[in-house]
Design a binder for this molecule. Sequence first.
Ligand code: FAD
Length: 394
Amino acid sequence: MGIKIDFNRCVGCGACEGACPFGAMNMEGGKAVADIDKCTLCGACVSACPVDAIEIERAAVKKDLSGYRGVWVFAEKRGRDFAGVTFELIGAAKELAGELGSKVSVIALGHDMEECTEELFAYGADEAYVVDRPEFADFSDEMYCDAAVQIIEKEKPEILLMGATAYGRSLAPRIASRLCTGLTADCTQLEIDNESGLLVQTRPAFGGNIMASIVCPNHRPQMATVRPKVLKIPTPDFAMKGKLIEPDVHIKGEPKVKIIEAIKKAQGANIADAGIIVAAGRGIGKADNIRHVKELADAVGGVVAASRPLVDSGWIDYSAQVGQTGKTVAPKVYFAIGISGAIQHTAGMSSADIIVAVNSDKEAPIFEIADYAIVGDAVEVTKELVKAFKGKVR
Ligand code: FAD
């Protein structure tokens, strides 16, 4: 690995010297010279060079990948139960394993899990590596990472899927870094490339304006996180049985972080679990108008959500934000009231079964994905919808 400067191309303009944040580029005799002791190979000089005279050579690390098999899921525990995303991931793993002709395995770390491990098999796991110990009762980055890495290093899975939850987002990068492998966060689609057999991990990039398909050809396992509700939960079959494995893991020393007390934040209804959502956008006009949205939510037995500008304005709590930087939801019915339909918003709700959009602009992008399009004023239409539904939805 190193930095290479083509002196025939270099015109001595000094752009690289100005761009280098580490003071590693200097001009000597009218040509760029790199100080390798200071250079971090960040690539700023490569981007800045107007004549493509600088190149960073990175040696491709070739590992023997032949022994890696199987699609694995990290099972996330919430109290005594597994989080729903665990089952969503097992469903996806089953499909991927079907294409690869391999098995679905799950890592479950926690305590008092005798009753719930059967669920892993019901949703499609062939085998479960279960570490059931009192010290694993609460989530711990350090201990969970230690245990997972030991199991993965021994069993060599080809693919490892985790939930893009607060826990998963903290744990997945630790595991990936310890295993020296790649990780694609917040995937919205996972598939196997027919030719290479690699996991194609698709996720929004550049503020959601493009979908990037990412592969991890040289390292294993291929790791991806997926947000809850992006994938469908498969139908469980409690007659299905799997193999329960209790691996021997050794945790060295005391964890640096100890949980003294867990206090549950008081919050309203969780939009991620709601069957009907009434979401307000900037078209609602002013904070006071949210009461009409609440009335509609009450009338249809739903919960209130919002687009990001309403959260940024402090009109609605962040826990109700739908979209790329909020929650992903998949309700039966989604009312989008005065929401334009920006990709960062639709990324979090487009898999709703029925979308009812209200917008004064008949060209609004939300209408492209709406099942019912109502062109009109957000407040006036919402009031009419309240009248239409009040007392009629049980
Ligand atoms: P606007 O885009 O302003 O649209 C308002 C709509 O209301 C328009 O279509 C307009 O025609 C309509 N309207 C106006 N007046 C009326 C009326 N009287 N009656 C009816 N309709 C009316 N956004 C999210 O929502 N969630 C996210 O998680 C998110 N993450 C983001 C992440 C990044 C990195 C970036 C760059 C942006 C993100 N955004 C997110 C912002 C997103 O790009 C949009 O700006 C946002 O979704 C727009 O919200 P809106 O539709 O409520 O407002």
